[in-house]
Design a protein around this ligand. Structure first.
Ligand code: PEP
Ligand code: MN
Length: 347
């Protein structure tokens, strides 16, 4: 249930509503917007009466959100806007501002990081991606450079003017990522690590939450709800492919259906990862372009200058020149869609 307040409401009105909500065994999540203030009622709300709350002073109207995700839902958007736009040092994510994140699967060395960063920047990316903590299926595979990898990312970001995104797998990784990168990635394997999601609700940095490889849309949104209800409103959803039965030609099934579905369900930005979604280099650009065409807010793509030597995910990495061509095509599609100007992050 969402209680929309009149612009003339006062603190006393909010206190009364909050007390009544708590008396009924629920929690109140109050967002004081510059224009619109809302109170989201969290918990078992089925027994609460819309009519009762409509009689309170300062209340404009009350809506019932029947879905289990409330803060993520369009109805639950706190400031009356349909979409969340996250501003990361001037680069906008969400609301039609298409963002491109690119870089290696894993940070491998300083030289390689810098070289890849320079190339993706020249092609028009806004973010350098790269893992310093790698969630590998085998404990014998390369696990990432750890803090040193994050330092390389930070330095490469500073030298090229790129923003940075990297994955945290646990509290210690989160602490380090908070220090070195601009956006924290939560991998598919951690999407339902609920105690970790609660920690992410307490940090002041955007979180890119990847969809678990067998998560339903509702499970994914409930995970986002953990972060939002903890107090962090900067959540970006990332579709990265779901598991299916046919491994022969594609690593995962990139579920682009989710883009229009999520646009109806949630105000959160939606980014597509066509690299993990397909697992094969030749499939990445077509699906990246499809992502833009179907309304996604951006892409996160693996790029490597020597994929045959990559320490992880070489077969799905684009070469720098492939990425350059992809970005040119993206600009053409933006033009065709008529959203290349103020809505684009691309210069
Ligand atoms: C990655 O981005 O390198 C990664 C491991 O992603 P995912 O969690 O989607 O598998
Ligand atoms: Mn990878």
């Amino acid at each position: 249930m969402i209680i929309h307040m009149k612009s003339s409401h006062n603190k006393n009105d909010l206190d009364k509503i909050k007390n009544r909500i708590e008396e009924l065994g629920c929690n109140a999540h109050i967002i004081l917007g510059s224009e619109i203030t809302t109170v989201s009622v969290l918990g078992e709300t089925t027994k609460l009466s819309v009519k009762e709350f409509e009689t309170y002073d300062g209340v404009e109207f009350v809506t019932r959100v029947s879905k289990p995700f409330k803060l993520c839902s369009i109805e639950g958007k706190q400031d009356g806007q349909k979409q969340t736009v996250i501003d990361v040092k001037g680069v906008k994510i969400g609301g039609g501002h298409f963002v491109s994140m690119a870089g290696p699967c894993a940070i491998e060395s300083w030289e390689r990081t810098l070289e890849i960063a320079k190339s993706v920047k020249a092609s028009g990316a806004q973010f350098l991606r790269g893992g310093a903590f790698k969630p590998r299926s085998s404990p014998y595979s390369f696990q990432g450079l750890g803090e040193e990898g994050l330092q390389f990312m930070q330095k490469a970001g500073a030298e090229t003017g790129l923003l940075t995104i990297s994955e945290a797998m646990d509290s210690e990784g989160l602490r380090l990522c908070m220090e070195y990168v601009d956006v924290i990635q939560i991998g598919a394997r951690n999407m339902q690590n609920f105690s970790f999601l609660k920690e992410l609700g307490k940090v002041d940095k955007p979180i890119l939450l990847k969809r678990g490889m067998s998560a339903t849309i509702e499970e994914w949104l409930m995970s986002a709800e953990y972060i939002l209800s903890g107090g962090n409103s900067k959540v970006i959803l990332c579709e990265r492919g779901i598991r299916s039965f046919d491994k022969q030609y594609s690593r995962n099934v990139l579920d682009l259906n989710v883009v229009p579905i999520l646009k109806e369900l949630t105000h959160l930005p939606v980014i597509i990862d066509p690299s993990h979604g397909t697992g094969h280099r030749h499939l990445v650009a077509p699906m990246a372009k499809a992502s833009l065409a179907c309304g996604a807010d951006g892409i996160i793509v693996e790029v490597h200058n020597e994929p045959q030597k990559a320490m992880s995910d070489g077969p799905q990495a684009l070469l720098p020149e492939d990425f350059e061509k992809l970005m040119k095509d993206i600009r053409k599609i933006q033009k065709a869609l008529g959203n290349e100007e103020e809505e684009s992050n691309v210069a």
